[in-house]
Every structure is written in C-alpha cells, then in structure tokens.
Design a protein. Structure first.
Length: 468
C-alpha cells in the first residue's frame, strides 16, 4: 500500500464549503458535542455495574479521550478539513485508510441519527400521547434536515444554544451536588464517604464491574470529533480548532467525572432509581427538588435533538469530503451555496430508514445495525492515533510551522493511547454483549478496508497505465 506524503495530498480538498462558523460556535460544539444522552441516561447502567468505582472508570476512559483529542487537534490545526481524521488517515496511511475511517464514521452517524430520533420521540410522546412516535421522528428529521440544508451558520446557531442549555444544566447540577455534599442545602445532611465505601465498598463488583463501567464510559464520550469537522467551515480554522480542543479537554473531566462523583457520593449505587430514572433525575429527586424529573427530561430531549443536528451535519460533511477525494459517488459532493445538500438529504434519509427498520425489523436488521456501530468509534480513534504517529514526524520535517497544537510527550503518549485502545478491544472480547458488537464492527471495518484497498490499487493502475 502506497503512502501519501504531506506535500502530495491536497490540503484543502473541501475548500468550496462555506465559512460561516464563529469561534463561539466552535467552542460550544466542542463542549456540547460530548454531552449527550449517554451521559444523562446511559451512565445509570454503568453505575449499577461498577458502583462508586465508576469514578475510576470515567477517569481512565476520559484520559484516553483527552489523548485522542489532543492528537486529532494537532492534525486538525495543521490541516483543517471537513473530512477530519479521514483526511489525516489518507495522508498518513493511504487512500484505503481514509476510505475506511470516513465511511465507517458516516455509517455510525447516520444510524445514531435514527436512534436519537427514536429517543426524542419517546420523550415527547409521553407528553403528547395522541401523536404517534413516528410522526415526531418525521418532524425532527424534517426540522434538522432543513437546518442543515441552509447556510452552515444556522447549524452553528442551533448547536450554540443547544450546547448552552446542556452546559447550564450540568453546571447547575454540579453546583447543587457540591452544596449537598457539604451539607449546605436546606434539610440535607452531608453524606460523608458512607455511599463511597459502604454497600460493598468502592469496587463492589470487583474488576468485572469496573470493566463494564469502563466500556460504557468509553462510548459515552463519542461526539467530540465533530468540532474538528466543523473547524474547516469556521472563520479562522487553525486558531478556532486549537482553542476549541484545548478548552474542551479539561472541561470533560469536570462534566463527566465530576457528575459521576456527585451521584455516587449522594446516592447509594444500589438505588434502583439510578438505573431506572437516570442518575441525574434520581439525585435531584433524592434531594427533594420539585419538578426535577420533567426538567431533566427537557434537558435530555435537547441533548438528543442536539445530537441529531450535529450528526446530520457531521455525516454530510464527511460524505462530501470523501467524494471530493474521489472516495464516493460524485453526486454527493455537489455544493449549493457552499452546502453539500445532496449529502445532507442522503444522510437524513439513511437515518430515517434506520427508524423505519426499528419498527419493521426490530429483532434482526435493526439489531444488526446497532451491533455494527458498537465499536466504530474505537476504530476511528485507532486511525487517529496511527495517522498522528506518521504525520507528526513528516510535519516536523516538512512544515514545522503548522504544529500549532502538539501532542504531549510524543511519541510515548501516542503509544500509550494505542495500548489503551487495544486494551478496550480485549475487554470487549471478554464480555458477551460487547463481543457481538466487536464481531459486527470488525466485519464492517474489514469489508471497507478491502473495498478501499481495491479502489486504491485500481486508481494506482490507471495512473501508471501508458496513455493510448
């Protein structure tokens, strides 16, 4: 497989895209992109499995995510592109790698759009039971498809306010939680360490429970990659992505690890409400805050709608970038006023198809889709680390001035990140539920790698063939 040098690859393959995103948009996309339903709801099952050691699980996975984002930030600042890690993988490892990373991520985002639409519709259906869930999904799909068909600044504005609401909710929750832990709230006593060390201890289910919590926390962090995709359409791509990545990383620790610490300090991990209601609602109910359930349902709805909006955007930009590099159907790359509208429509349609499959074939085709996307984010992270390992040396040699953001302790922490990913793969293989996801994701990745490699060899053959 031939590799593409830093100078040979087109650095701005997606230059025709618009540039309507401002720094405030990028900052909020970076922060809001990682705050999703996985944190608000999915973390409940992780707490039920790991107990108080969920703090350790989120700390370990958070450290891995910070390393991945630092590597991605380094490459994105040096070469802003809406294809993000797909472009970097192609430059570092060859077109087959860019093809594999890009289309697998596109598939992940489109399926995720469908899942988020279903989740949002279930919440609203609970408020307005007279309207069927599929109608709400259709409405949300139309709304965000229209948003993404317009100028990119509309997407940025939606995400700015969505993210602002999510961040405000998290900050208020942390503030209330800290006051409760200190015993400064009315009618509450400081819990001390009773819930952290009681009920079986800090690690009540042993290493196995910690592993389940670790795997759940790894996949809850997905979403940060969108900021490096969006950076290519900002006013100042290099400065924008550099600042967004730097500020987002340390706030991950506050939002995720801080939230988990508050929950397991205030509530016994054995509380059934943590898993059934979600950790945030259960904690606020425990503190006697009126209307907490409905308030958090609104926040969760916003988180799901925000993710739908961001994933349609990310999928359309990834598809456009792949087409611009000759890695997909040309029709998807057509731009209208700087917006890849056909890619937006295609990505939205695929997401809506996933919703229909959840009704028509919930036990086979839809379940297959869910299993297939199970470990894709890990595959993407692997390509990010492998690409950074190759490109950093080339950039230092050929364009050192572009290294605005640098990976810490290169190359050692890159190797640490790769080892961490390999460990997660091994842990997934140990657990029956995640093992199935690993197999399906592995099958999709292998298929894309073969197709990408064949396409690369055919392209190389056309280039070297003697002209008539």
């Amino acid at each position: 497989m031939s590799q593409t040098s830093v100078k040979d690859a087109p650095p701005q393959a997606d230059a025709p895209l618009g540039h309507g995103l401002k720094q405030r948009h990028l900052s909020m996309i970076a922060l809001g992109g990682v705050i999703g339903a996985g944190l608000f709801v999915g973390s409940g099952k992780a707490i039920a499995a790991a107990g108080p050691s969920i703090i350790l699980a989120y700390s370990l996975s958070g450290a891995l995510v910070m390393l991945v984002m630092r590597m991605l930030g380094e490459m994105a600042a040096a070469n802003p592109a809406s294809g993000s890690f797909s472009v970097h993988a192609e430059r570092a490892l060859g077109p087959w790698a860019g093809f594999t990373a890009g289309w697998s991520f596109w598939f992940l985002l489109c399926v995720a759009v469908g899942l988020e639409g279903i989740g949002a519709a279930q919440i609203v259906h609970g408020w307005v039971p007279g309207v069927p869930e599929w109608a709400w999904v259709a409405l949300f799909m139309l709304m965000f498809c229209a948003t993404n068909l317009a100028a990119v600044k509309n997407f940025g504005e939606f995400e700015f306010w969505f993210a602002a609401l999510k961040i405000t909710a998290i900050v208020l929750f942390l503030a209330i939680g800290v006051l409760a832990i200190l015993g400064w709230l009315p009618d509450t006593d400081a819990p001390g360490s009773a819930n952290l060390t009681g009920h079986g201890g800090f690690m009540p289910n042993g290493v196995d429970g910690l592993i389940v919590g670790l795997l759940a926390s790894v996949f809850a962090y997905g979403g940060l990659e969108t900021v490096t995709i969006a950076a290519a359409e900002s006013e100042h791509p290099v400065q924008g992505v550099a600042k967004a990545v730097r500020t987002a990383m340390w706030r991950i620790a506050i939002f995720y690890i801080g939230s988990m610490a508050v929950v397991v300090t205030l509530l016994p991990w054995t509380s059934e409400e943590v898993a059934t209601k979600g950790p945030y609602v259960a904690t606020l109910d425990h503190l006697g805050i009126d209307g907490a359930g409905q308030i958090m349902n609104v926040v969760i709805l916003v988180a799901l709608l925000s993710a739908m909006n961001a994933n349609i955007y990310g999928a359309s930009r990834m598809a456009n970038s792949l087409v611009q590099r000759g890695q997909g159907p040309k029709a998807l790359g057509r731009l209208f006023s700087g917006v890849p509208r056909i890619a937006v429509l295609t990505s939205s349609a695929f997401g809506f198809l996933c919703v229909l499959l959840s009704y028509w074939r919930p036990d086979d085709i839809f379940q297959w889709l869910l299993n297939t996307i199970g470990a894709i984010i890990l595959v993407v992270w692997f390509f990010i680390a492998a690409a950074q390992l190759r490109l950093r040396k080339k950039l230092e040699r050929e364009a050192p001035e572009t290294l605005v953001v640098k990976m810490w302790l290169f190359p050692w922490l890159t190797y640490v990140a790769l080892a961490g990913m390999a460990t997660v793969f091994v842990l997934m293989a140990r657990e029956e539920e995640t093992r199935t996801q690993l197999y399906y994701t592995g099958g999709l990745t292998l298929l894309l790698m073969v197709v990408g490699y064949v396409r690369q060899r055919m392209a190389e053959g056309r280039e070297t063939a003697p002209s008539a």
